[in-house]
Design a protein around this ligand. Structure first.
Ligand code: NDP
Ligand code: A1CAB
Length: 309
C-alpha cells in the first residue's frame, strides 16, 4: 500500500524528486531486481551504495508552494507526466497538506524553513511524522528545535539528476545516542528509486552539498568548455555537445561500474608522445585540479553558512 508524501516548497528539487519517483512508478521502469548498470558499486569507502528496501513508494503526492502563479505552472508540469500516482498542488496551504500526509519532504530555500515550520498548527500537523529535509546548511538540531519531539527528523542531500533517476542522494545517519526510530526503509525506497543513495554522518553534509548537490553545475561547466573547444576546432555545436556529454558519462560509468580508478582510465588514454598528454599538460598548467578541488572547498564553506541567515 502506498502513502501520501507532502513536498513543502516544490521548486526545482521538489519537481525533480516527484518526477523521478513518478517515472519509477511506471510499470516498465520498476526494477525487477538490481540492474547491473544501476547498482554495480564502486566502493572507495567502507560501505556500498544502498541497493534495496522493502517499503512501498508514495502513491499520492501533495506539492506545496506559496504563490498561485507557481501552483498553476506546477499543475501543467505534473499533468504532462501521466502516472498511476496523483499529484495535488496547493498554494498557501502547508499545514492542511501536512495534516493529510504521512511523510513530509522539506524542499524550500534554507531561509524559509523556520517560517514554514513555525506556521500556526504545523507542529501538531507534523506530530509523529517523518520529516525529511533536503535543505543545504540547516542542521538536524535546528530543524528539531522547530518541531515537536515526536516528529522524526532526517536530512537528505539529493541532486537535480534525480529528475531522470540518475541522482546521488546522501542521507544522514542518526547519532547512536538518538533512540528515535526513523523509518530508513521509506527514505531508502524514495531515494534509491531515483538514483544512488548512501548514508553518511551529518558532519559530512556540507561537503556532500558541495560535491554532489552543487556538483551537476560544476560538471556542466566542464561539459560546456569541452564542447566549446570542439566548436573552436570546427565541430558543429550540437555534435560537440553530444560528444562531450557521452564522453563524460562513459568515463563516469567506467569508474562506477568497473571500479576503475580515474588515474588508470587517464593513463590508458594517454599514448606516449601523443595528443592526450599534450592536452593534459595544458590542463595542469591551468591548475585545473586544484581549481576544481578548491571550488568544492569554497562551496562547502558557503553551504555551512546557509542555515545561519
Ligand atoms: N537546486 C539544487 O540543485 C539543490 C537544492 N537543494 C536544496 O533544496 C532546497 C530547494 O532548492 P530549489 O528547489 O533549487 O529552490 P526553488 O527556489 O526552486 O524552490 C523553492 C520553492 O519553495 C516555494 N516556497 C517559498 N516559500 C514557501 C512557503 N512559505 N510555503 C511553501 N512553499 C514555499 C517556492 O514557491 P513560490 O514560487 O510559490 O514561492 C518554490 O517553489 C534548498 O534548500 C536547497 O538548499 C539541495 C540539493 C540540490
Ligand atoms: O546552490 C545551492 O545552495 C543549492 C544547494 C546544492 C545545490 N544547490
Amino acid at each position: 500500500m502506498g502513502y501520501t508524501l507532502c513536498v513543502l516548497g516544490c521548486g526545482t528539487m521538489g519537481v525533480a524528486i516527484i518526477s523521478g519517483v513518478l517515472a519509477s512508478l511506471e510499470p516498465r521502469n520498476i526494477f525487477s531486481g538490481p540492474s547491473p548498470q544501476k547498482w554495480e558499486s564502486y566502493t572507495p569507502g567502507t560501505s556500498s551504495p544502498i541497493r534495496d528496501a522493502d517499503a512501498s513508494l508514495p502513491s499520492r503526492f501533495v506539492a506545496c508552494v506559496s504563490r498561485d502563479e507557481t501552483a498553476r505552472r506546477l499543475v501543467n508540469t505534473f499533468s504532462a507526466a501521466r502516472s498511476a500516482a496523483s499529484v495535488e498542488v496547493r498554494a498557501g496551504k502547508n499545514v492542511e497538506a501536512v495534516q493529510e500526509s504521512d511523510v513530509v519532504l522539506l524542499c524550500c530555500k534554507p531561509q524559509v524553513a523556520s517560517v514554514i515550520l513555525n506556521e500556526s498548527g504545523m507542529k501538531e500537523a507534523l506530530n509523529g511524522k517523518l520529516l525529511i529535509s533536503i535543505l543545504a546548511g540547516v542542521t538536524r538540531s535546528q530543524l528539531k528545535a522547530w518541531v515537536s519531539p515526536s516528529t522524526k527528523v532526517i536530512r537528505a542531500m539529493p541532486n537535480t539528476p534525480c529528475k531522470i533517476r540518475e541522482g546521488m542522494t546522501v542521507v544522514s545517519t542518526l547519532p547512536s545516542s538518538d533512540s528515535e526510530a526513523v523509518d530508513r526503509a521509506i527514505i531508502l525506497q524514495i531515494f534509491s528509486s531515483i538514483g544512488r543513495c548512501r548514508f553518511l554522518d551529518e558532519k559530512h553534509f556540507d561537503a556532500c552539498t558541495a560535491l554532489s548537490g552543487s556538483g551537476p553545475a560544476f560538471a556542466c561547466i566542464f561539459l560546456e568548455a569541452m564542447a566549446d573547444g570542439g566548436v573552436m576546432m570546427g565541430l558543429p555545436r550540437a555534435e560537440a555537445l553530444e560528444l562531450a556529454a557521452q564522453t563524460l558519462q562513459g568515463a563516469a560509468r567506467m569508474t562506477l561500474q568497473a571500479g576503475t580508478h580515474p588515474a588508470q582510465l587517464k593513463d590508458a588514454v594517454t599514448t606516449p608522445g601523443g595528443c592526450t598528454i599534450a592536452g593534459l599538460l595544458t590542463l595542469e598548467d591551468g591548475r585545473v585540479r586544484s581549481t576544481i578541488a578548491r571550488a568544492i572547498q569554497i562551496a562547502t564553506e558557503r553551504a555551512s553558512e546557509l542555515g545561519k541567515q
